[in-house]
Write a protein that binds this ligand. Structure first.
Ligand code: NAD
Ligand code: DAU
Length: 340
């Protein structure tokens, strides 16, 4: 079986490539990535010499290139992780989110149709459902929750999902979609909350908490997300959407306090800063469908997962220090200039 993984030099795609290359030595895993600021080939070092792994640099939205690649490689399965993924960046520059997340998905769908791909899997997000109120802990996102987006990022992801589902209905393209909650774990780019706070706390720098820190996210260890996608591409029903989440809700403040405690750093590092415009209040996934239909169960809870993750950042300083010493410095100065 030949599997195309797009965005495999990013955080979740990289973890998924590791998972697939190691678990299925008989499969061919092709990793296609444009290597934007978020793509990092150092993440692939542990697998780069394996005989069942290959890297290709390219843009999912480049139609001629994608058609050539599909014609040559004859993929059985496509798993599309490639995306612009950071909400704050989508507020600064929505255009690239439409280009990659919507146009790129359309190109992959057309190539999958044309070359008879047996399964196209779209890696989507719980953000397509918008947010839940903070005072209704009884409410959760199910697969039937209406799409109701808040940011240019989530609007682009929702738009892509609609194309994927429309291709199934109109052309019979064999698709599945997964919508996962917030991931954390190894190789997470240090612009996102958890790795940003770990790397800055280790350097005794201020920790910028947006608004009052009461917004809630539902955290899932990346390896549990990878297991879920593995199950969906092998056993999931064509045309279906699967929510993925492990009931690990925390306020942002609780997450930051947990990190500070684990690193033995003072809470005085916390700095409340200007809120994110349109900031979603709470995400919370109901994973009943994937649990009952496919037998998925997460291995980590937040306490065990965050401990493993913090240890990984302590053991792999080279990986993230390399990133924050370069271009990312300019990003931080620009993004937080009116906040800190
Ligand atoms: P990431 O930003 O770490 O990685 C994205 C990867 O896509 C990078 O390697 C980048 O180089 C590549 N890429 C970007 N544009 C491309 C293009 N035009 N062509 C080819 N490659 C391109 O993102 P992530 O956090 O790993 O998220 C991966 C996917 O999972 C995204 O689709 C995201 O929407 C979804 N998702 C993320 C989370 C999360 O918590 N991070 C949760 C649910 C779903
Ligand atoms: O829910 C899934 C989504 O999770 C994915 O689809 C996105 O790709 C991924 O980036 C993530 O989106 P969030 O916006 O939830 O993640 P982020 O790490 O940017 O922020 C998490 C929370 O922390 C959010 O409420 C904003 C807050 N925050 C974030 C940063 C970067 C801060 O308070 N300070 C910060 O500096």
């Amino acid at each position: 079986m030949k599997v195309l993984v797009t965005g495999g030099a990013g955080f979740i795609g990289g973890n998924f490539v590791h998972h697939m290359v190691n678990k299925y030595p008989d499969y061919q895993i092709v990793n296609l990535d444009l290597l934007t600021y978020a793509g990092n080939l150092e993440t692939l070092k542990p697998v780069e010499d394996k005989p069942n792994y290959k890297f290709v640099k390219g843009d999912i939205a480049d139609e001629a290139f994608i058609m050539d690649l599909f014609e040559k490689e004859k993929f059985d399965v496509v798993v599309n992780f490639a995306a612009e993924s950071h909400v704050d960046r989508s507020i600064e520059d929505p255009g690239i989110f439409v280009q990659t997340n919507v146009m790129g998905t359309r190109v992959l769908l057309d190539a999958s149709r044309k070359f008879g791909v047996k399964r196209y899997h779209q890696v989507s997000t719980d953000e397509v459902y918008g947010d839940l109120p903070l005072d209704r802990p009884d409410l959760f996102f199910t697969e039937n929750t209406p799409i109701h987006t808040s940011s240019p990022y989530s609007a682009s992801k929702a738009s892509a999902d609609l194309f994927v589902l429309a291709y199934h209905r109109t052309f019979g393209t064999p698709v599945t979609v997964s919508r996962c909650s917030n991931n954390y774990g190894p190789y997470h780019f240090p612009e996102k909350l958890i790795p940003l706070m770990i790397s800055r706390a280790l350097a005794d720098e201020e920790l910028p908490v947006y608004g009052n820190g009461e917004n809630v996210r539902d955290w899932l260890h990346v390896s549990d997300h990878c297991e879920a996608i593995d199950l969906i591409i092998h056993k999931g029903k064509v045309g279906e959407v699967y929510n993925i989440g492990g009931h690990n809700e925390r306020t942002n403040l609780q997450v930051v306090q947990t990190i500070l405690k684990a690193l033995d750093k003072p809470e005085s590092l916390i700095k409340y800063v200007k809120d994110r415009p349109g900031h979603d209040r709470r995400y919370a996934i109901d994973p009943t469908k994937i649990e009952t239909e496919l037998g998925w169960k997460p291995k980590y809870n937040f306490d065990t997962g965050i401990a493993q993750t913090i240890q990984w950042y302590l053991d792999n300083e080279d990986w993230w220090k390399h990133i924050i010493s370069g271009e990312y410095q300019n990003y931080f100065a620009e993004m937080y200039k009116d906040r800190l």
